[in-house]
Design a protein around this ligand. Structure first.
Ligand SMILES: Cc1cc2nc3c(=O)[nH]c(=O)nc-3n(C[C@H](O)[C@H](O)[C@H](O)COP(=O)(O)OP(=O)(O)OC[C@H]3O[C@@H](n4cnc5c(N)ncnc54)[C@H](O)[C@@H]3O)c2cc1C
Length: 407
C-alpha cells in the first residue's frame, strides 16, 4: 500500500531519503526551510564537493570515528559505488583524486546539488522550500505527521528527520532536529565540534599565523597517554592550529579539550643526532652570521626567530658562539614542541558535529527510531561522524537511503 512519506531537511541525507522512498512508489514530500536545497552541500570540499571516497568497505569503516559498527549494515546496502552511480545517472560526471576522494568533473558542488534535484524530479518527489517544520505530531507513541510554522499539520505514515548537526548554522543546521528528538524521548549524545581548528594556550602560532607546515609530525596526547601520531600538513593561525593533521586530531578528542596537548616535530625525517649534525653543518658554513640567519634553511624564514625564542637562544648571537647546550635546546624546540590545547574552535566553524541522536536507539538496518514508531533519522543528526575524505556525505547518503527504503 502506498504511504505518505515526509522527509524533513533538504541536505544530502534528506534528498537521498526522499529519492529512495519515492523510488519504492511512496508519495513523498520533502520539506526544507531554506529557499533552496543543499545549502551546506554547496560549500563542501571548498565549493567542489568531495562527494564520497572510492575505497573498500573496511577503509570506509576505519574512517568513521564514532560508531562505525552502526554503519556496517547500511553501507553494505548503499556504498560509494551506489552513490556514484546514482549521481552519474543524473548526468553529473565524477572523477577520483588523491586519497580516493571523489569530486564532480566540473569541480562545482552545484552540479552535485543539481544531480540530486534531477533525481527528486525523476521520482516525483514533491519539494516544498521555505517550509520550516515546527514540530512532529505524535499519537499514542507513533509519529503521525508534522506541524509547520504556519500551524498547518501534514499527516504521514513515515516521518524522516534529516536536519543535520550544529555547524555552519547559516546553512540551516541549527539543531532543531536534535531538540525535537530529545523532546520525543531520545537520548542525545552531547554535541561537540569535530574536524575543527584548535585554540592553543601558547600564543607563538599567532605571531606566525598563515604559515603552512608540510611534512611535520604531530602527536596527540590525552593527559599522559599518546593517542596518535601522524605526518602531514598543518597550519599556524591567529587562534592556534588548524590544517589537515589538526582537523583529524580534533575528531579523536572529547570535552574537555584542555586535557589534551600536541607534540610537534618539525623535522620528523631526522633523528636528534642527525638534526644536531645538520645544525652543526649550517653553523660551520655560516660561522660569522647571526644564528637566526645561519640556520635559515631549517624552517620557513618567519618561524626561525620564534623557534630560537622558544629555545631561549639569542637570535643575534653569532653562529660560532652557539654552545652545545643551546644546540640541544634548539633540537628540543624543533622535535618536541608542546602545544597546550585550550579548546576546540567554535562548533559553528566545524566541518562536522560529533554527537547527536544516540544510535543505540536507532535500528541500524532501517534508521527507524526504537522509541517512536514511524519515526526515522538520517545524516549528521545521528551520533556518527567520520574523517575528511568524502566520508561524511557518504554517511548522510547511506543513512538517508536506508531510511527512505520500504522496510
Ligand atoms: C565547510 C564544510 C565543508 C564540508 N566538506 C565536506 C566534503 O567535502 N565531503 C564530505 O563528505 N562532507 C563534508 N562536509 C560535511 C557534510 O557537508 C555534512 O556532513 C552533510 O552535509 C550532512 O548532511 P545532512 O543532510 O545530514 O545535513 P545538512 O546538509 O546540514 O542538511 C540539513 C538540512 O535540514 C534543513 N532543516 C533544518 N531544520 C529544519 C526544519 N525545522 N524544517 C525544515 N528543514 C530543516 C536545513 O536547512 C538543511 O538544509 C562539510 C561540511 C562543512 C561545514
Amino acid at each position: 500500500m502506498q504511504q505518505q512519506v515526509i522527509v524533513i531537511g533538504g541536505g544530502p541525507a534528506g534528498m537521498m531519503a526522499a529519492i529512495a522512498a519515492a523510488s519504492c512508489g511512496e508519495t513523498t514530500l520533502l520539506l526544507e526551510k531554506n529557499e533552496k536545497l543543499g545549502k551546506k552541500l554547496f560549500i563542501t570540499g571548498k565549493g567542489r564537493c568531495n562527494l564520497t571516497n572510492d575505497c573498500d568497505q573496511d577503509t570506509f569503516l576505519k574512517n568513521v570515528v564514532h560508531h562505525a559498527q552502526f554503519m556496517y549494515s547500511s553501507i553494505s546496502r548503499f556504498d560509494h559505488t551506489r552513490l556514484m552511480d546514482f549521481i552519474t545517472d543524473q548526468g553529473c560526471r565524477l572523477k577520483v583524486e588523491r586519497g580516493h576522494r571523489v569530486f564532480p568533473v566540473s569541480d562545482k558542488s552545484s552540479d552535485i546539488i543539481k544531480a540530486f534535484e534531477r533525481g527528486l524530479g525523476r521520482y516525483g518527489v514533491e519539494v516544498r522550500l521555505n517550509t520550516p517544520v515546527e514540530s512532529i505530531v505524535t499519537e499514542c507513541g507513533k509519529a503521525v505527521g508534522v506541524k509547520l510554522e504556519n500551524e498547518q499539520v501534514i499527516r504521514g505514515e513515515k516521518i524522516i528527520v534529516a536536519t543535520g548537526g550544529l555547524s555552519y548554522r547559516s546553512t540551516g543546521s541549527d539543531g532543531w532536529g536534535l531538540k525535537t528528538a530529545r523532546r520525543l524521548g531520545h537520548d542525545i549524545v552531547p554535541c561537540r565540534p569535530s574536524l575543527v581548528g584548535l585554540k592553543t594556550k601558547e600564543n607563538w602560532p599567532q605571531k606566525v599565523q598563515g604559515i603552512a607546515l608540510k611534512n611535520v609530525e604531530v602527536t596527540l596526547v590525552h593527559r599522559k597517554k599518546k593517542l596518535r601520531t601522524e605526518r602531514g600538513e598543518m597550519l599556524l593561525t591567529h587562534f592556534g592550529v588548524s590544517g589537515p593533521l589538526i582537523l583529524t586530531d580534533s575528531a579523536y578528542m572529547d570535552r574537555p579539550a584542555s586535557e589534551y596537548h600536541l607534540i610537534l616535530d618539525f623535522k620528523p625525517a631526522l633523528t636528534e643526532k642527525q638534526l644536531d649534525q645538520r645544525i652543526q653543518r649550517e653553523i660551520r658554513a655560516n660561522e660569522n652570521k647571526q644564528i637566526v640567519h645561519a640556520v635559515a634553511s631549517l624552517l620557513p624564514k618567519k618561524l626561525i626567530p620564534v623557534l630560537l625564542d622558544l629555545a631561549d637562544v639569542d637570535q643575534l648571537k653569532k653562529a660560532n658562539q652557539i654552545t652545545k647546550g643551546e644546540r640541544q635546546r634548539m633540537i628540543g624546540a624543533l622535535k618536541h614542541q608542546v602545544l597546550t590545547i585550550e579548546d576546540f574552535c567554535d562548533i559553528n566553524t566545524a566541518i562536522v558535529t560529533s554527537g547527536g541522536v544516540n544510535v543505540k536507539e536507532i535500528n541500524p538496518k532501517t534508521m527507524a527510531s526504537k522509541k517512536i514508531e514511524h519515526l526515522y533519522f538520517a545524516g549528521e543528526i545521528l551520533d556518527v561522524d567520520a574523517l575528511t575524505g568524502g566520508f561524511n556525505i557518504q554517511i548522510a547518503a547511506t543513512t538517508g537511503y536506508v531510511a527512505g527504503m520500504r522496510s
